[in-house]
Design a protein around this ligand. Structure first.
Ligand code: ADP
Ligand code: MG
Length: 697
């Protein structure tokens, strides 16, 4: 089944080959493979072929599909029809329409880049990611992946800087490859395989919870009697309803050319994971957006709701996205593959050390790429990787890494010791070490796995950072090597220095242990505990210099992202707080009061007819009344905090206020209402419980 379906809705290489004139095909391939600019006449021919193909498959509309700073995707459909003088229509789609679109940009977040009166924005065709058809009961739409920028040229999206960062990485990686004698590779691309975690719950529960509907997470809920402590969920067998869902999901993804590969139950009840085979960073990012869309769409068909939030339920694991990342040449060489020959090993070790140097030097930049409001519930909360960034290498590589630090020209002559590019290194067998599940940045055989990424976030940001910081480390290494008179000696020196200066970031132990926090502090590693705290690094001089040097973000673009993130945080907490206020006032307090009234009536009724003891009822009434009073008190405090937050003018100060005051007030209100839930008659409780949501599927 998979074979016939795979890619049927994609304008992929084989379709292009079949439908485009040879010259057009070749010209387009050069754009895709070598990043060369595209000729307008080529676009015209491609547009026509694309239109014919799409119409044959039932499409009536096309859209430039882009990724604004909301982190979601955006589309505005245009039909192919073009009226003719005789009152009929023809189906048209020009090269111009393929290459450039002009959506009104005023209602997308821009962080102050443009005022609303300067609404003009442009979308530009990204030929490196294939066009595809979105197909559902609403019809078939041709989607053209595009970058989105302002009239003034600044990127307003998540794709433009990603493409820029891929170019930067390619440029610097090629410099180093040339120094190692590689004359054939033309491009280096980052490859990405994101493992997507998610929850599925029954739609009927979802619909009864305003918090899930508006915020994606439960803002209330006493813990279920059973959580994940039996460890019976991870890799457990799938209920039939779920496997039916997954079957449907895979079909939809395969049709879109997304190589969905693994699927399994995750650690928490009702939690699952899907991972496609890795692709180039750009396509993997587009595809991950489609995976998130498709998960939600297909779930609904099965009367399920897919929750992508990082922490939909307190007390059980949250969801993340493991971003597997490597670098591959256009001729198929994985630069993080340890390989077998010494020459390759030297090259491998250089790339490996570049990554380590990059992660240590820019840990804070990497950290902000993993920040979103939901992830504040995970990072450092003893489940996901902690907020401290460190690199796991595994026993064998750690040993090699240490040897690099001690090594040098002398030890090479003594034999048995490590030298670079001269003597044979121990063959670095893959998977030779135990797996580590606690490290935020782990080497896993031939790639790094960045595990801090939030489940709902676009993976664009994390990969922009990885590409750029590694490009910078490679640039620094290449700068020195290109000038060196003795390549081998200089390389040994460089690697030794990296080990000595950046070895502090390497940690193979248990990242969840309390000692690690103290140890990391001794090593001088940053421990950035919250999104708000992480954001300012975006506009530090060091970060601006890094991104400007590599042409990934301008200062203006970074400032806009700084503003957008702070705003997103504040708005997010505010919406959650307002949702709590609504639910407490309109559902939770009334339920508690109703129960109190019932108790009082019951007590009165019993006393009227008998001498029987009503001490239990009276105790209960006192308890519930006290709980209600406390809930009311916490509610007032939260309302007051929200009012105050509005008046904080500076966006950063406002973010801090939301985190330290509003978010805290939400926590204490919740603690009270969760206690109340345990005191009130289940029949009267207005919200589906944790047990129902997590276990009734
Ligand atoms: P695990 O759960 O063991 O981490 P999975 O199979 O769930 O492994 O996911 C591993 C992910 O890493 C997959 O998406 C896979 O395609 C991806 N991957 C493998 N090799 C590379 C590579 N060279 N570059 C990027 N991603 C890779
Ligand atoms: Mg993994």
């Amino acid at each position: 089944m998979g074979m016939d379906l795979f890619g049927v809705n994609v304008f992929n290489d084989s379709v292009m080959k079949e439908r485009l004139p040879k010259n057009t095909y070749k010209a387009l391939r050069r754009t895709i493979d070598e990043g060369l600019a595209l000729d307008p006449s080529v676009a015209e021919v491609v547009a026509n072929a694309m239109k014919d193909w799409a119409i044959e498959k039932g499409a009536t509309h096309f859209t430039h599909w882009f990724q604004p700073m909301t982190g979601l995707t955006a589309e505005k459909h245009d039909s192919f029809i073009s009226p003719t003088a005789d009152g009929r229509v023809i189906m048209e789609f020009s090269g111009k329409e393929l290459v450039k679109g002009e959506p009104d940009a005023s209602s997308f977040p821009s962080g102050g880049i443009r005022a609303t009166f300067e609404a003009r924005g442009y979308t530009a065709w990204d030929a490196t990611s294939p066009a595809f058809l979105k197909e559902d009961e609403g019809g078939v739409v041709l989607c053209i992946p595009t970058a989105f920028c302002a009239y003034t040229g600044e990127a307003l999206d998540k794709k433009t800087p990603l493409l820029r960062s891929m170019e930067a990485l390619s440029k610097q990686a090629l410099r180093l490859l040339r120094l190692f004698g590689n004359t054939t590779s033309k491009q280096v691309k980052s490859t990405v395989g994101p493992e997507q975690e998610y929850f599925l719950i029954d739609k009927k529960f979802y619909e009864q919870r305003l918090d899930l509907l508006l915020t994606g997470r439960t803002l209330f809920g006493a813990p279920a009697p059973k959580g994940q402590e039996m460890e019976d969920h991870y890799f457990g067998s799938l209920k039939e309803r779920i496997s039916r869902f997954m079957k449907d999901l895979n079909i939809e993804l395969w049709k879109l050319g997304i190589p969905a590969k693994t699927q399994h139950k995750e650690v928490a009840p009702a939690q699952y994971e899907i991972a496609p085979v890795f692709e180039t960073a750009n396509i993997a990012t587009d595809h991950n957006q489609l995976v998130m869309d498709t998960l939600q769409k297909v779930a609904l068909r099965h009367d399920l709701v897919c929750l992508l939030h990082e922490k939909p339920f307190a007390g059980v694991n949250g969801s993340g996205k493991h971003n597997n990342w490597s670098m591959t040449t256009d001729d198929g060489l994985n630069l993080l593959d340890p390989g077998r020959t010494p020459h390759d090993n030297a090259q491998f070790l250089s790339f490996l050390c570049a990554v380590i140097k990059a992660v240590d030097e820019y840990a804070d930049v990497l950290r902000v790429a993993a920040a979103n409001p939901g992830n504040d519930h995970r990072l450092g909360a003893n489940e996901a990787p902690p907020a401290i960034i460190s690199v796991f290498l595994g026993e064998q590589l750690s040993d090699v890494f240490a040897q690099l630090g001690n090594g040098g020209p002398k030890s090479s002559k003594q034999g048995g010791h490590l030298t670079i590019g001269v003597t044979t290194l121990p063959a670095l067998a893959k998977d030779s070490t135990d797996r580590n599940r606690t490290s935020p940045f782990a080497f896993t055989g031939n790639k790094f796995e960045f595990r801090m990424v939030p489940s709902s976030l676009s993976i664009s940001g994390p990969n922009i950072v990885l590409n750029t910081i590694v490009a910078e480390a490679l640039a620094q290494i290449a700068d020195r090597l290109e000038k060196a008179s003795d390549f081998q000696a200089e390389l040994r020196l460089i690697l030794k220095q990296i080990v000595n200066e950046h070895g502090r970031v390497v940690f193979d132990g248990n990242n969840y242990a309390d000692d690690w926090i103290a140890e990391a502090e001794r090593r001088g590693l940053p421990n950035i505990r919250s999104m708000v705290e992480a954001i300012p690094v975006l506009i530090s001089d060091k970060t601006v210099a890094l991104y400007e040097k590599h042409g990934v973000f301008s200062r203006v673009e970074l400032h806009s992202r700084y503003e957008i993130l702070l705003e997103q945080y504040a708005k997010n907490v505010n919406i959650e707080a307002q949702t709590m206020i609504h639910m407490v006032k309109r559902q939770i307090l009334p339920a508690g009061m109703k129960y109190a009234a019932e108790l009082a009536q019951g007590i009165g009724a019993i006393k009227a007819v008998s001498q029987a003891s009503v001490s239990v009822q009276e105790g209960k009434l006192r308890e519930v009344s006290a709980a209600l009073a406390s809930v009311q008190q916490k509610l007032s405090e939260l309302e007051k905090a929200c009012e105050e937050a509005k008046s904080v003018a500076d966006t950063y100060a406002q973010g801090v206020f939301y985190r330290d005051v509003v978010f805290k007030a939400m926590g204490s209100l919740r603690a009270d209402t969760d206690r109340l839930e345990m005191q009130v008659d289940a029949e009267l409780w207005p919200l589906p419980t944790y047990a129902e949501m997590l276990f009734l599927l």
